[in-house]
Design a protein around this ligand. Structure first.
Ligand code: PLP
Length: 451
């Protein structure tokens, strides 16, 4: 139920294009969008409602974040109650109970020995925080010459300077100058992931991890602080790790004293069938970055998980000295903590982390049934993640992907993502088989209509 004021604002934004000019939209073709805006007014469960009153099936959990579905009453009430009780409290040299309680619960979910939690407000901030912790960790242990960071081609680690430096997406980098010095990149695994409609993880390609040995030989291990990797990436078009690839990266890091960071901003909180991809793949990193599903997207929040070895390395020196000169005004924000605690209740109470395992085979069948549609050149899936790759139009890359995304929204009431010509799917984990059928029926109809 909307307040009249909110309904008024929505009507204004829908009706009057002049109201669209002031908002400089992120990662959006602003001029194109504003001619025919896709505007969402409310949401419940698996559905958004658009400002023109249509029910839009959410195939992407917002931006990979609303894992417990929209407007869950338990989460809504927790935020409302918290806003009325303690709206804000600093966590610099001060505290309030919720971030402590939440960290204990998060530590229980994370793989051993990642039992310490540093709060941020987004995935980008989690990435910058993890990179800084890695650098500072080596320094406090007397290895301050380990300053080099290694990411991957096609990696997406948010939009902070740290994240775009270790990231490997050209458009996110080329406008912004030289970025962090001393960064290198491993090759991507997309060409292996993109492998003739294969299901689940690619069976071959783990040898690409050996490229890390080549970088160690080039730079010397003693200069390298950390490697950062998305176990499954979304933004580069859903890239799945070859079987054994992450294990091999872990082995090489161990051999050379290099920290391994998993960027689990999209895989954290159940997307691939366990709390974290680290658990699903049986590979434990030294740091994990998270955001999104942590608070179900309801209040911005991120968190970095660190091993006890990393955390404890900072806990020396005089007791009155600040151990890490880093943090955000909103680290451990009361509303975010309340949202996250309630979100964890829902994940646990409704068994949502297991959904990707239970529904995985059905999801796989359903997405691969699109194989023979026009212009479909590859299909990839793992857990409740899916990608349908389309042939690029001769006029340019990304045009077909965008058209499918746009027409799905307006003609089929379906929300998908497009990254280039890849249609990416990552539904709320509350979905059932009927929703899966509906997602793929609607996507198939859109792909046919676009042919
Ligand atoms: N890291 C990964 C792997 C992501 O997929 C994203 C966002 O999609 C980010 C970091 C950045 O998160 P945010 O947009 O919350 O800063």
């Amino acid at each position: 139920s909307q307040t009249p004021a909110l309904a008024d604002l929505q009507a204004q934004a829908t009706a009057a294009p002049e109201h669209h000019d002031a908002f400089w939209m992120p990662f959006t073709a602003n001029r194109q969008f504003k001619k025919s805006p896709r505007l969402l007014a409310s949401a419940e469960g698996m559905y958004y409602r658009s400002t023109d009153g249509r029910e839009i099936l959410d195939g992407t959990a917002g931006l990979w974040c609303v894992n417990a579905g929209h407007g869950h009453p338990h989460i809504v009430q927790a935020i409302q109650k918290q806003a009325a009780t303690l709206d804000y409290a600093p966590t610099f040299q001060m505290g309030h109970p919720l971030p402590f309680v939440l960290a204990e619960r998060l530590a229980k979910l994370a793989p051993d020995p990642l039992k310490h939690v540093f709060y941020t407000n987004s995935g980008s901030e989690s990435v910058d925080t993890a990179l800084k912790i890695a650098l500072a960790y080596h320094r406090v242990r007397g290895e301050g010459q380990r300053t080099r960071l290694i990411g991957r081609e096609k990696g997406y680690h948010g939009v902070g300077f740290g994240g775009i430096s270790v990231g490997g997406m050209v458009n996110n980098r080329k406008f912004f100058g030289p970025m962090l010095p001393g960064v290198d990149h491993l090759p991507h695994t997309l060409d292996i992931a993109r492998n003739g409609f294969s299901r689940g993880l690619p069976a071959h390609g783990a040898e690409l991890a050996n490229e890390l040995e080549r970088l160690v030989a080039l730079h010397d291990a003693s200069t390298i602080a950390a490697v950062i990797i998305e176990p499954v990436s979304g933004s580069a078009g859903v890239v799945l790790p070859p079987e054994g690839y992450l294990r091999r990266i872990r082995e090489i890091c161990d051999k050379h004293g290099i920290l391994l960071i998993f960027d689990e901003v999209i895989t954290g909180f159940g997307r691939v069938g366990e709390a974290f991809a680290a658990q699903r793949f049986g590979v434990v990193p030294d740091l994990i970055t998270t955001a999104k599903g942590l608070s179900n997207g309801a209040v911005p929040m991120g968190a970095v998980f660190a091993t006890s070895a990393i955390h404890d390395a900072f806990m020396h020196g005089p007791e009155g000295a600040i151990e890490l000169f880093h943090g955000y005004t909103y680290s451990g924000h009361p509303l975010a903590c309340a949202a996250a605690l309630a979100t964890l209740d829902v994940y646990e109470g409704e068994g949502l982390f297991q959904r990707a395992i239970e529904l995985g085979p059905y999801w796989e069948q359903a997405i691969h049934a699109l194989k023979d549609l026009p212009n479909v050149v590859d299909i990839r899936n793992f857990g409740l993640v899916g990608a349908v790759e389309l042939a690029a139009r001769p006029e340019g890359a990304g045009l077909r992907g965008y058209e499918v995304f746009n027409r799905a929204f307006f003609e089929q009431n379906l929300m998908v993502r497009c990254t280039g010509d890849v249609i990416a799917l990552s539904p709320p984990l509350i979905l059932n088989k009927e929703h899966i059928d509906r997602i793929f029926d609607r996507l198939a109809a859109t792909i046919r209509a676009t042919a």
